[in-house]
Ligand binder design. Sequence first.
Ligand code: 5AD
Ligand code: SF4
Length: 470
Amino acid sequence: MVDNSVGSVLQASQSSLNETTANIDLKRVCILTWGCQMNEYDSGRMLDVLALNGYARTGTPQGADMVILNTCHIRNKASEKVFSELGRLRLMKEASGGRMILAVAGCVAQAEGKDILARAPFVDIVLGPQTYHRLPEMVARRARSGDAVIETEFLVEDKFEFLPEQSSPRGVAAFLTVQEGCDKFCSFCVVPYTRGAEQSRPAAAILVEARRLIALGAREITLLGQNVSAWHGDAPNGGSWDLSRLLRALAALPGQVRLRYTTSHPRDMDLALIEAHRDLPMLMPFLHLPVQSGSDRILAAMNRRHTMDDYRRLVDRLREARQDLALSSDFIVGHPEETDEDFEATICLLHSVRFAQAYCFKYSPRPGTPAARLRFQVSEAEKGRRLQMLQGIVREQQARFNSDSVGSTMNVLFTGPGRHSGQILGRSLYFQPVHVTGPASLIGEEKVVLIRNAHPNSLSGTIIQKGFRA
Ligand code: 5AD
Ligand code: SF4
């Protein structure tokens, strides 16, 4: 599952989409994106497709010709948030004399389909994640027929073959979706239903896209997939490759980009992938490897198909292969049937593995998933208590990880301007944000930084690489 360390979920973000164009001939589209990096990536691809049809992006729905809500359904009351946002947009649509096109995309669209139109009949288009390449056609159909359009089926055609090439820069740190969907069916998870069965893009298409991203200025590429470690795509010259082979091919591309991938399942982390961590310096020594629970009983109830010991052994092997490897993880507290004892086992795991970062979530029943039907649901109050405790430990571990780097030097890739003027922001190898004083001309470059201070979620330091003493 993709999660934002990995951009944790359910915060509406407009991140890379925040530019307003002054060109009055173009129609304006605003995409409001919730959720994981894959939704960010999808929003970018929808913009590419719309750009070819005369749309330019705007950061605000006010005055836009089309507004797309790209939604997330993984936890919490995502659909309620969508409907309340739609209520706000309805007023803007009315103010536009009904001209504003409103579209709901993403996993809520996939899961709720027709129900969205029943509750919000002013919505024009509902489209699932596998249909984005057809968006211009849907807009045209809506205009022609006057009826709302719903497209939520899992198409036989591969949307990636129909999407135009990436046309706008995706920044220094870019995402590249290589895989979608999941066949793992964890008890709590809605992804196999909203994103469908596991599907891997062919290696050749991925390599073309990677080259293009590099040409557009990317210096770091994160391969995305709900279950990216299960990637197994057609090889460029026949046969098939696994993720380790794909990573080796990407590492050999000119440009020497940093590589990351997310999110993985422990079951798919095989020897070849572990060896890729050993052999490829461009593969960053930071891995998001969700474990969800430290109790074998709950792992079985979650249908995770690994034990706590399997996970610990895997971490040992990864750390043997790459000694400086740091880990991040996802935890769910209060899965049905989780007792105090189970929760203590999770705390034990946290202490024995020690994470650089972790995301902790209260279990949230998702309609249609097996866990939602289990009898022994944990009370909200108890989930809250467990969450607070776990988050306290995670905060401590993260603070320790950050403070351990004070006094050391790190390679930092500068990705954008910092919070204050004269500052620039970069990423360490371990995905930590690093603030330094330095010129914007360094954005896109990697420099050695002496880390001077650790903060709860970031670091700050001084560029020391020869020629740059800021
Ligand atoms: N309740 C709580 N957390 C969930 N996740 C997925 N489904 C649920 C749910 N129903 C968490 C998992 C996953 C991350 C992306 O979101 O920890 O790894
Ligand atoms: Fe969901 Fe489990 Fe698949 Fe991750 S591995 S996407 S948690 S079903």
